[in-house]
Design a protein around this ligand. Structure first.
Ligand SMILES: [Zn+2]
Length: 113
């Protein structure tokens, strides 16, 4: 697991937050209406990640929440800032497709998300 200082974490969370806000703003209106009830949380690592299978994000139907694990993403991006932003965006859209589209894993991936 990557070891960041509090300050670095803060920056990372800030970058992820801005990326999600920007991604949200780009959604077309019909999608946006459905997205409003979903809250997006940022956390460091997923308790469900293993050595072979990393979890970058989840969406909870019961609490209408999307969680993005910024530490997991930053680590696989080898701490590359640009890749990190791209991946956060990708994970957000991916989880959102599960969330509001009620799509399973295969259905989400077949849409390139
Ligand atoms: Zn998925």
């Amino acid at each position: 697991m990557i070891n960041l200082t509090e300050e670095q974490w803060e920056k990372l969370f800030d970058t992820a937050d801005k990326t999600v806000q920007k991604a949200m703003a780009e959604l077309p209106d019909p999608v946006w209406v459905n997205t409003e009830t979903w809250t997006c949380f940022l956390e460091k690592f997923s308790p469900r990640s293993t050595d072979t299978q990393r979890v970058f994000g989840i969406c909870g139907m019961w609490n209408q929440a999307i969680v993005i694990y910024v530490g997991e993403i930053f680590e696989v991006c080898q701490e590359n800032q640009e890749r990190f932003i791209d991946d956060v965006r990708h994970v957000y859209f991916h989880e959102l497709a599960h969330a509001i589209g009620n799509l399973n894993e295969w259905e989400v991936q077949s849409r390139g998300l």
